[in-house]
Design a protein around this ligand. Structure first.
Ligand code: MF3
Ligand code: CO
Length: 252
């Protein structure tokens, strides 16, 4: 993370809402299309076509050399899975991460989808990961600090015995997809309370929660992050604007 936290004007926020809405609609489209037998590459093509039809650009495409428009991470894959020939199977969970840039501003969000009949234990992981986002969101308000968000996420995840990924974090977002500040999903002692939250800040809150250990590894492809123990992982993310009052969800 380089540079300083940027505050968005009302005009900026209107553009971010439009970008975020395209991300939201893309995720809804993919959720309705993802089925057993489909490849993650097909989902990528659907997403890219839809985003471009809206006059936007898929934020991830060519980002630091990333080759596709979405991230599609199955089961033990945490994030940054590259869409490919893998065919979705009954019982898989699929984390889909989508970004779109419109009029100079990005939106970024992720959902974890259930494919067919998913074991109850894994369904619970997916549900609790979503809940973790909303626990963190309670502190996405002026008067709190960045660290309050991660503390709430971690508390909820660990109450269920899950592992909170520490190697990847949420982030500020705006004209760049990744802006300061980092938004960890855990208490990072090095950070202290972190930056105070003030109106005009926009952040991506994105818990990545593992059924087993919090530890992860990166695959040889240079992108895919997997759990070290091979157990499933879920991801849930929205782009959130801090205001004088209630936070505004730009991708939900
Ligand atoms: N959406 C991811 C994030 O939240 C970014 C994807 S990395 C990319 O940080 F390279 F795939 F774009
Ligand atoms: Co993000």
């Amino acid at each position: 993370m380089i540079g300083r936290i940027t505050l968005k004007s009302e005009a900026d926020l209107a553009k971010m809402k439009a970008a975020g809405n395209i991300v939201k609609e893309t995720l809804e489209l993919l959720s309705s299309q993802a089925t057993v037998g489909m490849t993650t590459e097909e989902l990528d093509r659907i997403a890219e076509a839809y985003i471009r039809e809206q006059g936007a650009y898929p934020s991830f495409l060519h980002y630091n050399g990333y080759p596709k428009s979405i991230c599609a991470s199955v089961n033990q894959q945490v994030v940054h899975g590259i869409p490919g020939k893998y065919k979705l199977r009954d019982g898989d969970i699929l984390s889909i991460d989508v970004g779109a840039k419109l009029e100079g501003f990005h939106g970024d969000a992720a959902r974890t989808l259930l494919i067919g009949n998913v074991p109850e234990e894994v369904q619970k992981l997916v549900a609790v990961t979503r809940e973790c986002f909303f626990e963190g969101l309670k502190f996405a308000r002026a008067g709190y600090h960045i660290a309050d968000i991660g503390a709430a996420v971690q508390k909820h995840a660990e109450a269920h015995g899950y592992g909170v990924v520490r190697d990847l974090v949420g982030h500020g977002i705006g004209r760049e997809m990744h802006e300061p500040p980092d938004v960890p999903n855990f208490v990072d002692r090095r950070m202290g309370r972190g930056a105070p939250l003030v109106p005009g800040m926009v952040i991506a809150i994105e818990p990545m929660i593992n059924l087993g250990t919090w530890e992860v590894v990166q695959l040889q492809d240079g992108w895919t992050i997997e759990t070290r123990d091979g157990r499933p992982s879920a991801h849930y993310e929205n782009t959130v604007a801090i205001t004088e009052g209630e936070p505004v969800l730009l991708t939900l």
